[in-house]
Write a protein that binds this ligand. Structure first.
Ligand SMILES: C[S@@+](CC[C@H](N)C(=O)[O-])C[C@H]1O[C@@H](n2cnc3c(N)ncnc32)[C@H](O)[C@@H]1O
Length: 227
């Protein structure tokens, strides 16, 4: 029987405090958001008008946001949230005025506004209640906004240890998400309230490496209504 821990215990565990994580992706190029997401976030935001908003969950060093802030109009609002602040923070004078990096656990944080673009690049792998964050992010999205996140359905399990991938992907699709299995990318176009038929039971910090090769978290859920 797997010992499940709470999300507050998880944030102090070695799987989340893993120093070898790639936290430094830039906006474009080899190690980048554009490459991982399959679209250029700044180009996408530029078409949204003079004051687009981008929220990046698990933003790491915030490099992609900082690079985008320099390319987008001054009225753009870019927000990054990460459990750990930048390990190599730039001097304050070098931080663009329209960029805000928040140090917080996602389970304890909510924005004050809606966003045109919400991304989570290889961040869900380290969260316990991944489905809770996905549902909350959908509600923070503008009516014509886009959510894009890397998601590994195999990381979602039932309390007896069996996999819940198929049921979870089916429920996400029923809620309007698209799942691109080859890229492990979950997408939603258009903000909306999302209620998924799963109840969070806890996290397994010792689930082992996922498809990225890095140690990741197992997320355990009880299905509601026979799922
Ligand atoms: C693999 S890194 C990706 C960082 C960034 N998205 C990138 O691609 O460069 C995963 C990030 O998730 C953050 N993280 C892990 N658990 C978190 C939590 N509960 N709340 C917020 N951020 C978290 C880690 O601190 C880490 O910076």
């Amino acid at each position: 029987m797997v010992r499940l821990i709470s999300d507050s215990e998880l944030t102090a565990s070695s799987v989340v405090a893993n120093r070898t994580m790639n936290r430094e992706r830039g906006l474009s190029g080899v190690n980048s958001y554009a490459r991982e997401l399959g679209f250029d976030p700044a180009g996408w935001l530029r078409e949204r008008g003079a004051a687009p908003g981008w929220l990046d969950l698990c933003s790491g060093e915030g490099r992609a946001l900082a690079e985008a802030a320099r390319l987008l109009p001054a009225a753009a609002e870019l927000t990054g949230v990460d459990l750990v602040g930048p390990l190599a923070p730039p001097p304050a004078a070098a931080v663009p005025g329209n960029l805000r990096l928040v140090t917080a656990a996602l389970a304890d944080w909510a924005p004050q506004r809606s966003y045109d673009l919400i991304t989570c690049v290889h961040g869900l792998h380290y969260l316990g209640d991944q489905l809770g964050v996905i549902a909350r992010a959908a509600s923070w999205l503008a009516p014509d906004g886009r959510f894009a996140a890397h998601f590994d359905p195999d990381s979602v399990r039932r309390p007896d240890g069996s996999g819940a991938a198929r049921a979870v992907v089916a429920a996400l699709r029923a809620a309007g998400f698209e799942y691109r299995a080859r890229r492990h990318l979950l997408l939603l176009d258009g903000g909306r309230p999302v209620e998924l038929p799963f109840e969070y039971a806890g996290a397994d910090p010792a689930a082992g490496p996922n498809y990225t090769g890095q140690p990741a978290v197992g997320s355990y859920y009880r299905g509601r209504a026979g799922l």
